[in-house]
Design a protein around this ligand. Structure first.
Ligand SMILES: NC(=O)c1ccc[n+]([C@@H]2O[C@H](COP(=O)([O-])OP(=O)(O)OC[C@H]3O[C@@H](n4cnc5c(N)ncnc54)[C@H](OP(=O)(O)O)[C@@H]3O)[C@@H](O)[C@H]2O)c1
Length: 330
């Protein structure tokens, strides 16, 4: 069929305004309200993503209440949300890496919205095996889990402790560590969390809050543990980390408090999950290699972002909370 020179690929019309869950002031979960805002326009090097889902992270609560201000002086209305999944709706000048309509992961701020304009480097392709429900909850946490496990340089059969394994980062880190054929010892509280973490591949699960946590870990690893990924503070944390052998490694993403103590002869790494074309490609390979499952604890419509944050603040979320923005599983 001949295509006329003036033919253009068909793209959905982009409305002038969009719905977003935003705050007009720092505050409790109820500060998050549904707004109608101008749809952002992608600038040079940016893509406009039509979001289907957005992950709700524990750090989003700190942005909402103002206790963490990563971008300095806030501009209200402020749309939280550091990750989501959707399709490329438009491209600014100079973007060649993505096609209109392509399924993408978004990793930057402003994802509690129907559209977000992001630098193309903050966008990655959605791996084939993930639908939008799983993909919306994998960018920030997947990059953080993978880069933490990579920093530990695990070798086959080495023993790694994942402290805080039932949360958003931990559930993915367990699977990435198993993909490296490590022996994974994990902490999780309660039957549901322990069962999930075992199903994801942990070889043994202990309750970090139990008085005997350190003893249990010592019995599981009488010669010491080779490495630890720390995803939370906790009363038993330092006792557990005392079991890391000389020459071993401990990694934790910035945000974990209190920070683990330094120890002689043990490498301690604090890091941030980094995004970029290389990192997204590594994540996609690791997701396939681990046949990653992304546990979703609860899904709320965008209009109920305040309820999602109230649930987050009650704690003990097993996996990740998510917002559904558009219908369709991608
Ligand atoms: N710098 C970065 O790039 C970056 C990126 C992502 C995340 N982070 C940080 O990484 C950390 C983990 O994030 P996340 O999203 O996985 O958090 P999360 O979903 O809240 O998970 C936290 C985990 O820690 C456990 N936990 C909490 N308090 C505990 C205690 N007192 N004793 C033992 N276990 C406890 C939780 O289990 P229970 O449910 O039993 O409490 C859960 O398994 C956070 O500090 C976050 O800010 C940093």
């Amino acid at each position: 069929m001949a295509i006329s020179k003036t033919a253009r690929p068909r793209t959905a019309t982009i409305p002038a305004t969009m719905k977003a869950a935003a705050i007009d002031r720092f505050g409790p979960p109820s500060a998050l309200k549904l707004h109608t805002l101008p749809t952002p326009k992608p600038g040079r090097g940016q893509v406009l993503v039509a979001l289907h889902t957005a992950g709700v992270g524990i750090w989003d609560a700190s942005i909402r209440d103002g206790s963490w201000r990563p971008n300095g002086r806030p501009k209200f209305p402020l749309v939280p949300g550091t990750d989501g999944a959707g399709t490329v709706a438009a491209k600014g000048p100079g973007v060649r890496r993505f096609r209109i309509g392509e399924r993408v992961l978004a990793n930057d701020s402003g994802c509690y919205a129907e559209y977000v304009a992001l630098d193309a480097d903050g966008v990655g392709r959605v791996p084939q095996r993930l639908d939008f429900k799983q993909a919306g909850a994998v960018a920030t946490t997947g990059l953080t889990a993978l880069q933490g496990i990579d920093a530990l340089r695990l070798r086959r059969s080495q023993t790694v402790l994942i402290y805080g394994a039932s949360g958003a980062v931990g559930t993915l880190a367990v699977q990435f560590a198993k993909a490296k054929r490590a022996r994974v010892l994990a902490t999780a509280s309660g039957r549901e969390a322990a069962t999930l973490v075992r199903r994801l591949g942990a070889d043994a699960v202990i309750d970090a809050r139990s008085k005997s946590a350190v003893e249990q870990l010592r019995k599981l690893a009488p010669d010491g543990i080779d490495a630890a990924l720390v995803l939370t503070g906790g009363d038993s944390l330092e006792g557990c980390l005392d079991l890391v052998r000389a020459g071993g490694r401990i990694a934790y993403p910035n945000g974990v408090e209190p920070e683990p103590r330094r120890r002689p002869k043990i490498r301690l790494f604090a890091y941030d999950g980094e995004a970029g074309p290389r990192e997204f490609a590594q994540l996609a390979r690791a997701i396939d290699g681990a046949r990653l499952r992304v546990p979703i604890a609860a899904v709320y419509p965008l209009a109920q972002a305040a309820k999602a944050h109230a649930r987050l603040e009650r704690g003990h979320v097993v996996g990740r909370i998510e917002l559904q923005i558009r219908r369709g599983q991608g």
